[in-house]
Design a binder for this molecule. Structure first.
Ligand SMILES: Nc1ncnc2c1ncn2[C@@H]1O[C@H](COP(=O)(O)OP(=O)(O)OP(=O)(O)O)[C@@H](O)[C@H]1O
Ligand SMILES: [Mg+2]
Length: 463
């Protein structure tokens, strides 16, 4: 008895990653065990794609004879004559065909794996599928492979999609992180700028008042001293009360010291005025826009802000600051931002010097030039188009793996609470993105580090 199943090609199916054997085209041609062998021949001849026939005994499932095994056997001498008129049972018993039977809900991927694990001589045999409704069907191995390759292609494209999405998410996250970093640093610098500008403003008025009056104080005191001197000339023998007072206050000393005292007060006032000027120069709150400025003034005011740190003694040694200022022109830039860069790099250099020179034992073996903590600031004019500012320290230096990550936001090797890891990443953004320049670092571990800022003397148009 024969029964046919309508067939599709696995290529035309709409398969998913988790598709099962039930979704594949199945052949459900059956034959009774007592039918003559030639009926098998007829069935295979009628349906050239039929991969095998299910054999039943009294309508119950018994096994399967595949096209390949049938023709392999029939092609032998006398086989056809021997089996064609006899019941299929003879051939079936003789072949004892091996069978891979899988439930219909088995996934195509798993089924392919199982089918491929069969011995080589059986690998192309159809797979017997037992459906959920209890019927048997045969899946052609070739169709199974087609389905598997379709699912494989689908997996690849889905993986690619996931990867693209994760790339997009990663890029988005990076942007977000960069913006956050910029915001944080801008906030930090704006707060520092405001504080500095506020202090500068508050100091400015009283100091103007003092230094303005000090000029008169010096003049008046000079006049008074002259009057005293005249008195002493014309009245060399004053009354005892005056005599005692003169001895009491040590008038000669007061006269000589008074002038020195006022001169040093004047010097102090000048210094405070200079500091206020530098503080204002540093904060430059009014200068969010580009300006044409003298970079040396910016560096000097930054050094002034860092004055107390530069004065610190490291293991009994003072930091020597060497300014090798070249003859550079004024440049068009965002001065407040560049001051931030100088401050970040100089602060790092001081940290690196502290870290190296704090351990006391190494200094004695070093040659003189590297014996003292030193920072060199060198400026140069390059090809009439750029200026460079190099900040060089003879601190601990930077290992290559650290150097590679130097400009990454939040990268720091400093203890928690000391460094945020923002200084250099933000400096890089300011130099490269805001000014179209370059920020490079050269370093040798144990010997020191050089940061070189190169900026065009005119800002690029796109900024
Ligand atoms: N001159 C230098 N010598 C040695 N290491 C340095 C130097 N400059 C930077 N580094 C290394 O680079 C790291 C990153 O520096 P960055 O200025 O970005 O962050 P930070 O100084 O750790 O923190 P902060 O945000 O407070 O500046 C530092 O932690 C340090 O390891
Ligand atoms: Mg830093």
């Amino acid at each position: 008895m024969l029964a046919m199943h309508s067939m599709n090609n696995a290529n035309d199916l709409n398969l998913q990653l988790e598709s099962t054997l039930e979704e594949l085209p199945r052949w459900e041609v059956q034959i009774e065990l007592n039918c003559p062998g030639e009926d098998l021949m007829t069935a295979f001849a009628q349906e050239p794609l039929l991969p095998g026939i299910i054999v039943t005994k009294k309508q119950c499932f018994l096994g399967m004879i595949s096209r390949q095994k049938f023709f392999e056997h029939m092609s032998r001498p006398y086989s056809f004559g021997l089996f064609s008129r006899r019941p299929i049972e003879n051939l079936y018993n003789f072949l004892q065909p091996a069978l891979l039977m899988l439930p219909g809900e088995f996934s195509v991927v798993e089924a392919t794996k199982k089918a491929l694990q069969r011995p080589l001589n059986l690998v192309y045999e159809p797979i017997l599928v037992l459906t959920a409704s209890g019927t048997y069907g045969l899946v052609d191995f070739h169709q199974l492979l087609l389905a598997y390759s379709q699912i494989y292609a689908l997996t690849l494209s889905q993986l690619q999609l996931v990867e693209e999405q994760s790339q997009i998410a990663k890029a988005g996250f990076q942007d977000l992180q960069n913006n956050y970093t910029r915001l944080l640093q801008n906030e930090k610098m704006a707060a520092l700028g405001k504080l500095v500008a506020g202090i500068a403003h508050e100091i400015n008025n009283p100091i103007n008042f003092i230094s303005g009056n000090l000029v008169h104080t010096i003049g008046y005191s000079q006049s008074l001293l002259e009057v005293i001197s005249l008195y002493q000339q014309h009245y060399p023998h004053p009354v005892p009360e005056i005599k005692n007072k003169i001895a009491d206050i040590d008038l000669d000393y007061v006269v000589t010291d008074f002038h020195n005292l006022l001169t040093s007060m004047k010097y102090g006032c000048d210094r405070i005025e200079q500091i206020v000027k530098s503080l204002r120069n540093f904060s430059r709150l009014d200068e969010a826009d580009k300006k044409i400025v003298d970079i040396h003034a910016g560096i000097n005011s930054t050094l002034l802000i860092l004055h107390s740190r530069l004065k610190e003694e490291i293991n009994g040694k003072r930091i020597s600051l060497v300014k090798e200022y070249g003859n550079i022109p004024e440049i068009e830039c965002f001065p407040g931002l560049l001051n931030q860069v100088f401050m970040n790099i100089l602060a790092n250099a001081i940290d690196a010097l502290c870290e190296k020179f704090q351990s006391s034992d190494l200094s004695s073996e070093l040659p003189n030039c590297v014996n003292n903590p030193t920072i060199i600031i060198r400026t140069e004019y390059i090809f009439k188009k750029y200026i460079s500012i190099s900040i060089i320290d003879n601190g601990i230096g930077i290992a290559e793996d650290v150097r590679q990550r130097l400009f990454d936001p939040f990268f720091t090797t400093k203890p928690v609470g000391k460094g945020t890891g923002l200084g250099l990443s933000i400096s890089h953004q300011i130099v490269v993105e805001k000014h179209g320049g370059e920020l490079n670092c050269l370093s040798t571990v144990g010997q020191g580090t050089e940061f070189m800022i190169k900026i065009p003397i005119q800002l690029p148009i796109f900024k």
